[in-house]
Design a protein around this ligand. Structure first.
Ligand SMILES: [Zn+2]
Length: 461
């Protein structure tokens, strides 16, 4: 037998151990993992040269556009691929007529432009998307649904977002609970009424500085809503995923809920591990509108507690919350700026390698658990994604844990022209990315024909 590719001389990392091994790939799947002598002949060999070979990174939290939900597919998936990501969880904002009618169009758009695979989350925003919950798993293999709890105000009105009060959220949670696994709800947790009250006060004071974002959405606003979402999900029998946790208290809230038997999973983001409003990045000082991200950057104590939460297995996932608004799109008024801290999908793995592994906060095996196995399991694509089992998709990232490089925004692949990591020297970088047996990034450079390689990944109920 001749296989398609052998990755030779890698140090292969799983959540349990690291072993010296070769990997044989046939038809986009893992055929064998073992010693060189046991490998079949191959059409191509990629020499890992003793570097680490991880399953491809699953980044469960990406936005690829604002009003136009897949606007930035090509640039942002290319960037993610350069960061070692092979599968994204993409939030789909299906405005006005729901997702089912548009699904074929959205899927072919995605697959004609994406470098990486993706499963999608549906944003439940109105009565149409609410009704679609029960049909989505069987019709389009979509099993995760996002609720923006209490989301209202001028921005929500502009987008036509309405089904966000507690009654609507409970209705959605109940429908998801009835679907059963792997269906789950994701919930943005900030108490919007308190935010809107504070927002009005702070605007009246003429505030437009970067600190105002945290002042208008202080930590208790996030903590209160986390607790309410967990209570409602428990009452509805619905598994819950809380994305982008920013606060130290959030780690305790998740730990308490899990200890009490509630099915809840917490995610944080690289930016909440490394950045705070006590020591903001230069770009935020120069362009306060860049601080518009929900929830906001917090304090250094929260950064450290979130690292601990990951190491202790309380926080199970890291998602990038990729949201690629450029400086021009951000503008100069923080109150009106589009939200998001840029494309941190491209830097998610380097940040975890450099600030996590190389600073002794996380083991490399733990990074594989957090960034590959956990998100794949939670969102129902395991073991096809996030694993190195025979028969799994042959998705890998080859990592040089010793490479030192300074982040230069102009060299990043995202359309976003700013980065909170600009000027950071990071140690530990992806070298090659392999998607279903094809090398899509080689020596840090995207392989041009890899656009159109990405596929929508349906999930089975
Ligand atoms: Zn998000």
């Amino acid at each position: 037998m001749v296989c398609d590719l052998v990755i030779h001389a890698g140090r292969v990392v799983t959540p349990l151990r690291t072993v010296n091994a070769d990997i044989a790939i046939l038809g986009g799947k893992i055929l064998a993992v073992g010693g060189s002598k046991d490998m079949p002949a191959a059409r191509r060999t990629l020499d890992a040269g003793g570097k680490y070979v991880l399953p491809g990174i699953v980044d469960p939290h990406a936005h690829l556009g604002y009003f136009d939900t897949l606007e930035a597919v090509e640039t942002e998936t290319r960037a993610a691929a350069c960061g070692g990501v092979t599968c994204l969880g993409v939030y789909i904002l299906a405005l006005k007529d729901g997702i089912l009618k548009q699904f074929d169009r959205l899927r072919s758009r995605f697959e004609s432009l994406s470098f990486v695979d993706a499963f999608w989350h549906l944003m439940v925003i109105d009565s149409i998307t609410m009704k679609e919950i029960e049909t989505c798993p069987s019709a389009i293999g979509l099993t995760s649904f996002k609720f923006n709890m209490g989301y209202k105000g001028p921005h929500a009105d502009l987008l036509g977002i309405s089904a966000t009060d507690d009654g609507a959220v409970y209705r959605g949670f109940r429908a998801i609970g009835e679907l059963g696994p792997p269906a789950l709800a994701a919930c943005h947790t900030e108490n919007i009424d308190i935010h809107l009250m504070l927002r009005e006060e702070l605007i009246a004071q003429g505030r437009r500085d970067y600190r105002v974002w945290n002042d208008s959405r202080p930590p208790f606003v996030e903590a209160e809503c986390m607790r309410r979402a967990i209570y409602l999900a428990k009452s509805a029998g619905c598994p819950l995923y809380i994305p982008h946790i920013t606060i130290a208290e959030g780690v305790d809230i998740i730990a308490e809920a899990v200890a009490a038997g509630v099915e809840v999973v917490g995610e944080t983001c690289p930016q909440y591990l490394t950045h705070s409003n006590e020591a903001p990045p230069k770009v935020v000082l120069e362009h306060p509108a860049c601080a518009n991200v929900n929830p906001p950057l917090r304090d250094k104590a929260s950064n450290e507690r979130l690292w601990e939460g990951l190491a202790q297995g309380i926080i199970k996932c890291v998602g990038s919350d990729l949201a690629p608004a450029t400086l021009a799109m951000k503008g100069d008024n923080i109150w009106d700026a589009p939200m998001g801290l840029g494309n941190n999908s491209e830097l998610l793995l380097p940040v975890l390698l450099s600030e996590g592994v190389n600073k002794g906060r996380l083991s490399l095996e733990k990074v594989v658990e957090i960034c590959c196995e956990n998100p794949a399991r939670i969102f129902g694509v395991y073991p096809r994604k996030g694993s190195l089992e025979v028969g799994a998709d042959a998705d890998f990232v080859v990592v040089d844990l010793e490479e030192k490089r300074t982040v230069e925004t102009t060299k990043l692949r995202t359309m976003c022209d700013w980065s909170i990591y600009d000027g950071w020297e990071l140690t530990g970088w992806p070298v090659h990315t392999i998607l279903r047996g094809e090398v899509i990034v080689e020596n840090g450079e995207p392989v041009a024909q890899s656009v159109q390689r990405g596929r929508y990944v349906p999930r089975l109920k």
